[in-house]
Design a protein around this ligand. Structure first.
Ligand SMILES: [Mn+2]
Length: 286
C-alpha cells in the first residue's frame, strides 16, 4: 500500500485571509500546496484575497494566481461550504454581499458555530481602522523617524571616526519602535474583542493586520488567521470544535509534495468519513 496521501489533513473548518492575489508578494506556491493538502466542511476566506488596490495601479496576474481562484471555485463546487468575507483590499466585492458566485457565498461578516457550540464572529477586521488610527499613525511616525535616524547614523559614524566620539547605538530607538508596533496590535485586538463581546459571541476570527494569533482575551477567543504574504498561516477547527493556528511552513516540511497530493479529488461530499473512505480506496489501488 502506498502512502501518497499521508499528508492530507481534514478539518471541520479552515480560515485563511490576506492572500493579496494580484501582487508579487502572494505566496501562491505554498497556498496551492496548502489547498491541495487540506479538506474541510467550511472554508472561510476572511478578506484581502484579491488585492484590488494594487491591481488598479498595476496589472499583475500570473497563472498561479488563476490556479488559486480555480482551486477555491472547485472546492465550492465539490461540496465545501466556501464563504468569502471581503476585506479592505477587495472591498469592491462588498457590493455583492449575499450573492453566490460560483457556489462561493459572499458575506459582510458571518457567525459560525463550532462543533462544541462556540459562536464565532468572522470579519476581516478593517472596520475599526478609524478607531485605531492613532496607534497606526504613531507606528508610521516610527518608520519615518527610523529612516531619518539611519541617515543620521551614517554621518555620526563618519564624525565618530574623525572626532573619536563614542559609538551611538540604536537600541533605545528600537525599543521605542517595538513598543509602538505592540501598541498598534493591542489596540486592534482590544477593539475587536470589545465588539465581539458586545455582539454576544464567544470569539472572533479575523485577519487584516497580518499577525497570526490564537488566544483568549478577557474570556473572549481572539483568532487571527495571519496572511499568505509572510506568515503563511491558517486557523482551523477540528471535529471536536478545538481551534488551532497552523504555520504552513512548519507543517509542509513533514508532508507530501504538491505532485503527490494533486491527484486527490476535491471536496468531502458526505463528510469526513466518506472522504477518508475515498482516500483509503484510492491508496489501495495500484
Ligand atoms: Mn486588510
Amino acid at each position: 500500500m502506498d502512502n501518497r496521501f499521508d499528508g492530507l489533513k481534514i478539518y471541520r473548518s479552515i480560515w485563511i485571509s490576506d492572500i493579496h492575489l494580484g501582487t508579487p508578494g502572494a505566496s501562491t506556491d505554498q497556498l496551492l500546496h496548502f489547498l491541495k493538502c487540506t479538506r474541510s466542511e467550511n472554508l472561510f476566506l476572511v478578506g484581502d484575497i484579491i488585492d484590488g488596490w494594487q491591481l488598479k495601479k498595476r496589472w499583475y496576474w500570473p497563472q498561479a494566481h488563476n490556479d488559486i481562484v480555480q482551486k477555491l471555485l472547485r472546492k465550492a463546487r465539490h461540496g465545501t461550504n466556501v464563504v468569502f468575507i471581503p476585506g479592505n483590499h477587495d472591498e469592491a466585492a462588498r457590493q455583492f454581499v449575499n450573492v453566490t458566485f460560483g457556489e462561493i457565498k459572499i458575506c459582510l461578516d458571518y457567525i459560525h458555530e463550532t462543533a462544541d457550540g462556540k459562536r464565532l464572529w468572522i470579519v476581516h477586521g478593517d472596520l475599526f481602522d478609524h478607531v485605531i488610527q492613532h496607534a497606526r499613525w504613531l507606528a508610521y511616525i516610527g518608520d519615518k523617524a527610523y529612516q531619518i535616524l539611519l541617515r543620521v547614523n551614517r554621518w555620526l559614524n563618519i564624525w565618530r571616526d574623525a572626532f573619536k566620539l563614542p559609538y551611538w547605538s540604536f537600541s533605545q530607538y528600537l525599543k521605542l519602535k517595538v513598543k509602538l508596533a505592540v501598541s498598534f496590535i493591542s489596540a486592534f485586538e482590544h477593539a475587536m474583542v470589545t465588539e465581539t463581546r458586545r455582539r454576544g459571541c464567544s470569539g472572533i476570527i479575523c485577519g487584516h493586520i497580518h499577525k497570526p494569533e490564537l488566544k483568549i482575551t478577557d474570556g473572549i477567543i481572539y483568532g487571527n488567521d495571519g496572511d499568505w504574504v509572510e506568515s503563511r498561516s491558517a486557523l482551523v477547527e477540528h471535529y471536536d470544535g478545538k481551534l488551532e493556528l497552523l504555520n504552513w511552513d512548519k507543517i509542509s516540511k513533514n508532508i507530501a509534495s504538491v505532485a503527490d497530493v494533486s491527484s486527490v479529488k476535491d471536496g468531502i461530499d458526505g463528510g469526513p468519513t466518506a472522504a477518508l473512505g475515498e482516500l483509503l480506496s484510492k491508496s489501495n489501488s495500484p
